[in-house]
Design a protein around this ligand. Structure first.
Ligand SMILES: Cc1ncc(COP(=O)(O)O)c(C=O)c1O
Length: 414
């Protein structure tokens, strides 16, 4: 443990003079390749995914690459991760009166998408992995439960063995939300390959990014056809143009969640870099974790599969919520913060509005405050969870500074 030195928050010298690199993994690796790919689409004047004056079918190729990456039969690119969740739920047949179990720690899109599909989101606690607690999931199952949404939050796999078993035992669907864990795995198999359907996001904070974008992957032909129809105004138009699609699912009203060729062009190039990005991010996380693992009084978040982590964050628990809040404030004063202003964070800080936590989803769950006792397990864990973002672009110096600052603050706070 480092010897106690005066905290920057109390007038001492900060560990470093400016912020650390922000965690925008894919975006940080954008280069000439993405710029050239976008230029090609623009020169072809064919930005629409299904046709154009010099149609390049970049989105179709991106989808094929996704199927190869995940080893799945079907991939559908859409306009965002939220669109992917909504489409996947509709693809599964979720509708009026159907319940979907979601974790208390996710992203607000998760309950929103269930409501958009006209279903009812039902909250289940997270455990000390900060992912769905399988025993609480089981206790929430009713005759109306249609699906479990397993959110691999902050790069870390859910307990997919237990959740798959529950889904099988009760005959309900498992939907994996892989938005925050692209490239992660569980027991050697890629995240996104366990569920009946999985959703991805390519928003700016994600492993590969086009600013916005999303995708669905599934082996199930019926789900895929329903997703294709729903995301493209609910009709089987594409099957008239592309005979290989041969839709058998009944048409029904839909929306426009189509991806465009410019986004797909960026994402195809990002896919070529994904292994590199993940390698960098995991290396950085391992170094930070090793550097602070000697600190008494903090416990790392439990990992359902340490080898399968995508690595975008490092989370540890303090003994009390007060310690966690002080940790966050003091680390920031040491200049361990990113320009987004969001990190480091305490996962649930009642004073900070953060759409990852159910207590801030009052637009979906009216009067959540009155029933929060049911989720005291989640609140206890999340309010003691200090969250560090890990950028793949951290330098050795950044990592040394983070390690030094965490030691310095720990010596004062714990
Ligand atoms: C866990 C999770 N699910 C879904 C989404 C929604 O993705 P998007 O922002 O692309 O709509 C996000 C996004 O940020 C997310 O973190």
């Amino acid at each position: 443990m480092a010897k106690k030195s005066k905290l920057a928050a109390e007038g001492g010298n900060p560990v470093r003079s400016g912020p650390i690199p922000i965690m925008h993994p894919g975006a940080g690796y954008i280069g000439k390749e993405e710029i050239d790919a976008v230029t090609e689409v623009l020169k072809a004047k064919s930005m629409y995914r299904f046709y154009g004056p010099h149609f390049l079918n970049i989105t179709g190729q991106f989808e094929k690459e996704l199927t190869r990456y995940f080893g799945k039969k079907n991939a559908l690119a859409v306009s965002s991760g939220t669109a992917a969740l909504h489409t996947a739920l509709v693809g599964l047949g979720v509708g009026q009166g159907d319940e979907v179990i979601i974790p208390t720690y996710a992203w607000v899109s998760c309950p929103d998408a269930v409501v958009a599909a006209r279903g009812t989101p039902v909250l289940a606690n997270v455990d000390d992995s900060l992912t769905l607690d399988p025993s609480d999931v089981e206790s929430k199952i009713t005759s109306r439960t249609k699906a479990i949404m397993a959110v691999h939050i902050r790069g870390t796999p859910c307990n997919l063995d237990a959740l798959s078993k529950i889904a099988d035992d009760y005959g309900i669907a498992l939907l994996e939300d892989v938005a925050q864990a692209f490239g992660g795995s569980y027991h050697g198999r890629k995240l996104g390959t366990y569920g009946k359907v999985a959703s991805l996001s390519f928003q700016l904070n994600k492993m590969i990014s086009a600013g916005e974008g999303g995708a669905i992957i599934t082996d199930d032909r019926q789900i895929y056809e329903r997703c294709v129809m729903f995301h493209d105004v609910g009709t089987p138009y594409r099957s008239w143009e592309d005979k290989s699609l041969k839709f058998e699912a009944e048409p029904f009203p839909g929306v426009n969640y189509r991806m465009n060729e410019v986004s797909a062009a960026i994402l195809r190039e990002q896919m070529k870099k994904v292994d590199w990005i993940i390698k960098d991010i995991k290396r950085n996380k391992a170094r930070v974790k090793k550097g602070i693992s000697d600190i008494d009084g903090i416990t790392f978040r439990r990992l359902n599969d340490p080898a399968g982590e995508a690595g975008i964050s490092l989370v540890f628990f303090t003994k009390t919520p007060e310690q966690a809040i002080k940790f966050k404030k003091d680390l920031r004063a040491e200049n361990i913060w990113t320009t987004s202003g969001s990190y480091p964070a305490v996962v649930y800080d009642p004073m900070t509005n953060d759409g990852h936590v159910f207590m801030h989803w009052s637009q979906v769950f009216k009067g959540i405050d009155r029933v929060k006792k049911r989720y005291s397990q989640s609140i206890d864990l999340m309010s003691r969870a200090v969250h560090l973002d890990i950028s793949p672009l951290l330098t050795e110096k950044d990592i040394d500074d983070i390690v030094e600052a965490v030691h310095k603050v720990a010596a004062a706070v714990l």
